[in-house]
Write a protein that binds this ligand. Sequence first.
Ligand code: ADP
Length: 243
Amino acid sequence: MIKLTGISKSFGKQQVLKGIDLQVNKGEVVVILGPSGSGKTTLLRCINYLERPNEGHIAIGDFNVDCKHAHKRDIYELRQRSAMVFQHYNLFRHKTALENVMEGLVIVQKLPKEEARRRSIEVLEKVGLGGKLDAYPSQLSGGQQQRVGIARALALNPEVILFDEPTSALDPELVGEVLAVIRKIAAEGITMIVVTHEMGFARDVASHVVFMDEGVIVEEGTPKEIFRMPKEERTKQFLKRIM
Ligand code: ADP
């Protein structure tokens, strides 16, 4: 249902993605692992077109974009089909939790306000924040702010949610509550691509694990294949360092 073909991206002379091919089936949770600087975040940002790939094709559902010739309309369509959860939450500071979630529904999806409000309350309740609708980000813990970020993505009802290191800015005691919410929505069959260093989460929740290094996919497989029987030397070295 999501198919990336030959995705390449350079920043100046540095080629950060070197022809990435990746397929994600509906309902799968794909975890992307790899050393810092290997291109994981850039790959996620390319899917949402926060970065423009220099080359390649992105297909989400029945919509297919040739990145070399993408127009505004194509980018809009890709963004309708995917939603991003950011490392630093990226909430509007002057808006409440409810207003943060409603924003995309009203402004981008053009839903009537009452419907947007209903849907936003529903997803905020789902992430355990039904009691914090009127709180501003500064009145919420990091874990709660990230749960607002997840609710905002969920509310858009995208075909895929892209998580960019969703727990790496959190104090250790707050990581669990955010992972629990991600687990819960994964269990509902929502397709996800997750960049994370949380190996326990990857092992338990991923249907598929991708190991990236230096802008290429070195190896991919089930969690069991990657964690227990990695084939490539670079994967083995990485896992040895991190586990
Ligand atoms: P990872 O997520 O695996 O840590 P990134 O995708 O963040 O890797 O970064 C890969 C490389 O691309 C790094 O060398 C980084 O410095 C570079 N990079 C990322 N974004 C930009 C940017 N906007 N401008 C220039 N270089 C960038």
